[in-house]
Design a protein around this ligand. Structure first.
Ligand SMILES: *Cc1c(COP(=O)(O)O)cnc(C)c1O
Length: 398
């Protein structure tokens, strides 16, 4: 192969541990609890709508901002669920998944050298979008308490500087399973108001909370609607992760900034899918509620299985993932545990250090996805709890 000289910005992004572990799962046939996607389809009626749209000719460019039907459905959903009203004309934009909304927001709002407050550990796309913009992530630790990850307001305050532009908040949270409480969100809102910061909220798991916990949207707190861009997507809510239909809502000036960048990233996408997602938002909340109950059961199934294997589990309050502490298993650290897991136990999971720069506090934490069929979760848990095997082979990662 001819050596290719890539730009520094591309080289810095590199290949992630996800790609590597997914390949390892495919090679070894191991159960993949690494990547977060469900193995069952979304609502039938929604898929039928999309098929109908394909054959009736919704196959040309949709508007840059998204189809009017989807923008209106998003506005109705925000009003119904959070009491927040947005004008579909200029306060909503449809994006290629939540990922594009976040990346376009960071590119639109940050100059090189500007700072973004993120929470550590965090979804890996945040650091990547900051890198593309030449911005700097200031990481506020989510501290592990007795049974959940907490937020210390003093840590938050320490992260602010004159260059801070954004707070990028994800709740329910990947990879910890944390759902930010009202008090924690008040602390974030107070910080934004005091320092005149914009908040970008990644709420892709907005419907997926357990044990009666409720998701609160930061924009619904006093003084926050006018400075918050709220991002979500159909992927996690309707088990349609491959559709990549997302959106962002906020004051017109923020949405205009996102639209201006988005027009040169993708311009638009997913024409036949957009009105199907509109239908899903309007009509499928009962389906999502059932999904949520099933996910809670699956979380319990995997939690019980891992605990039976002597692994400590921190209860997931929402989302697709739970955190397990493998320090009692004899593995040197979580990375070591995950490297040998496919061959020892036929299971793939991700070391939480892949989402963190914090070092020690994540060293023994492993992220397991529980958005998989019950049979697979049972098999994975049984395999992990089985008696140890002699001298596991090592797989070299990275
Ligand atoms: C899965 C995930 C996304 C990706 O959403 P898309 O709509 O597929 O782009 C974004 N943020 C978090 C926290 C996620 O877990």
């Amino acid at each position: 192969m001819i050596p290719v000289r890539t730009a520094r910005r591309a080289a810095a992004l590199g290949t992630t541990v996800f790609t590597e572990l997914t390949e390892l799962a495919q090679r070894t046939g191991a159960i993949n609890l690494g990547q977060g996607f469900p193995d069952t389809d979304g609502p039938r009626a929604v898929i039928d709508r999309a098929r109908e749209a394909l054959v009736t000719g919704a196959n040309q460019y949709p508007p840059l901002a998204g189809t009017p039907a989807l923008r209106s459905a998003v506005a109705r959903q925000r009003l119904r669920r959070y009491g927040l009203s947005y004008d579909p004309a200029d306060e909503v934009v449809v994006t290629t998944g939540a990922t594009e909304a976040v990346t376009a927001a960071v590119l639109a709002l940050c100059d090189p050298g500007d700072e973004i407050i993120v929470f550590d550990p965090c979804y890996d796309a945040y650091q990547a979008s900051a890198d593309l913009a030449g911005a700097v992530c200031r990481r506020v630790p989510l501290r592990r308490g007795v049974d959940r990850f907490g937020l210390d307001p003093a840590d938050l305050e320490r992260a602010v500087s004159p260059r801070t532009r954004l707070v990028l908040l994800n709740t329910p949270h990947n990879p910890t399973g944390k759902v930010f409480t009202r008090d924690e969100l008040e602390a974030v809102a107070g910080l934004c108001r005091r320092h005149d910061l914009v908040a970008v909220t990644d709420e892709v798991y907005e419907y997926l909370t357990y044990d009666g916990t409720r998701h609160l949207s930061l924009a619904s707190l006093p003084g926050m609607r006018e400075r918050t861009l709220s991002v979500s997507s159909a992927g996690k809510t309707f088990s349609l992760t491959g559709w990549k239909v997302g959106w962002a809502c906020g004051p017109a000036a923020l949405v205009a900034a996102v639209r201006s960048v988005k027009q040169y990233l993708t311009f638009a996408g997913g024409a036949p899918l957009q009105d199907a997602v509109a239908h899903a938002l309007d009509r499928e909340e009962a389906w999502v509620e059932r999904l949520c109950g099933q996910l809670q059961d699956k979380r319990d199934l995997l939690t019980t299985g891992l605990r039976r294997a002597g692994i400590e589990v921190i209860r997931a309050e929402g989302g697709y993932f739970l955190q397990a502490d493998v320090s009692g298993t004899g593995a040197a650290d979580a990375a070591d545990f995950c490297r040998t897991l496919p061959l020892r136990r036929n299971v793939v999971a991700i070391p939480t250090s892949a989402f963190s720069t914090a070092g020690e506090s994540c060293r023994h934490l492993v992220r397991f996805a529980f958005c998989k069929e019950r049979g697979l979760l049972e098999k994975a848990a049984q395999s992990i709890a089985a008696p140890p095997m002699p001298s596991p082979p090592h797989w070299e990662l990275i």
